[in-house]
Design a protein around this ligand. Structure first.
Ligand SMILES: C[C@](O)(CO)[C@H](O)COP(=O)(O)OP(=O)(O)OC[C@H]1O[C@@H](n2ccc(N)nc2=O)[C@H](O)[C@@H]1O
Ligand SMILES: Nc1ncnc2c1ncn2[C@@H]1O[C@H](COP(=O)(O)OP(=O)(O)OP(=O)(O)O)[C@@H](O)[C@H]1O
Length: 290
């Protein structure tokens, strides 16, 4: 049996950092939602017991134990003493090191898929707990949909999805290290977004409110180091996006747009000077993961 699983990217509609913890991680409070830009993961059982093989055509994706999907399979094999090997084929559509949780989503899709392939019967919550051992964003990616994430990002509370809209994404040709961004964050100087107000705006399906409340404390760190990210933000605003924000630690910038014609204008305008531009829908609900 071969299994094919969708691994969607996420954006952070609101990202606040509360304090630095003694374990080196930062305590966060975020609203995350999945978008219809997705990698495709295929799981193929192998007869050899101890083999996890990563197959990917993308030269930026490691094909060894550094790959988060590999780590997911290894964790499942070890935790449940599975004696079957697996090949994991990854077709990348999500840009790498972009702030869109591409690797985390591949790991989460691998966990969901192996749960089926090896008939483990684990709940979403149990899979998310395993995922948190791989990376902070993996737990959310196991759930998908829309959620508030707290702790270091691994405590997930699902919430309703925002009203449907377009999401235009633009990634400048730079890769950003998440660890560096957190390290350079100066918490005493940041302007904190109102995460609770964002949750309320989503609950009452208030699109204008959502647009007004988007915010990300990590933005300033990345913008300072990479002026091209600030330039993309300005252009996206100028072309008419309803709200513009950097996702996660960056460098991808996203714009929320309600109307089709405006989406076309923003998309075409950005394509003029940025190679990686995407126009997708919010996925919102949890259902469309497979
Ligand atoms: C920026 C976000 O993508 C927003 O969703 C996440 O907070 C980052 O999630 P991630 O990439 O899965 O992060 P991890 O792989 O767990 O951690 C990478 C590095 O980022 C820093 N890190 C990450 C999460 C967190 N809450 N505090 C941190 O300080 C740590 O230095 C860590 O070594
Ligand atoms: N399956 C994978 N796909 C892409 N990159 C991977 C994968 N597994 C490991 N990596 C490594 O992880 C690094 C970060 O890539 P990724 O695309 O996950 O970043 P990101 O979108 O910024 O993540 P986040 O938003 O969770 O911080 C890459 O440089 C790559 O070497």
């Amino acid at each position: 049996m071969r299994l094919s699983i969708k691994a969607p990217a996420k954006i952070n509609l609101s990202l606040d950092v509360l304090y630095k913890r003694p374990d080196g991680y930062h305590e966060v409070k975020m609203v995350m939602t999945t978008i219809d830009l997705a990698d495709r993961i295929e799981l193929i059982p192998l007869p050899e017991e101890d083999v996890i093989r990563i197959v990917s055509q993308n030269r930026f994706v490691p094909d060894d134990c550094r790959n988060l999907a590999y780590q997911a399979a290894k964790l499942m094999k070890e935790t449940f003493s599975i004696r079957q090997g697996v090949a994991i084929s990854i077709t990348k559509h999500i840009p790498v090191a972009a702030g869109l949780a591409g690797g985390s989503s591949d790991a989460a899709a691998t966990l969901r898929g192996l749960n089926k392939l090896w008939q483990l019967g684990l709940t979403v919550r149990e899979l998310a707990e395993l995922g948190a051992q791989i990376g902070s964003d993996v737990a959310f990616c196991v759930y998908g949909g829309t959620a508030v994430a707290t702790g270091r990002g691994e405590i997930i509370t699902p919430i309703p999805s925002p009203p449907p809209c377009w999401v235009v994404l633009a990634k400048p040709p730079i890769g950003v290290s998440t660890a560096d961004v957190y390290r350079n964050l100066q918490l005493e100087h940041v302007c904190h977004p109102d995460v609770d107000a964002m949750v309320k705006a989503i609950e009452r399906q208030d699109y204008e409110g959502i647009c007004r409340l988007v915010g990300n404390v990590l933005e300033e760190v990345t913008l300072k180091k990479y002026p091209e990210v600030a330039h993309i933000k300005e252009q996206m605003k100028r072309f008419g996006a309803d709200a513009v924000l950097m996702s996660g630690s960056g460098p991808t910038v996203f714009g929320l747009i309600e109307h089709d014609s405006r989406m076309q204008r923003v998309y075409n305008g950005l394509r003029g000077f940025c190679d990686q531009v995407f126009a997708v829908r919010l996925l919102g609900e949890r259902h469309s993961l497979d």
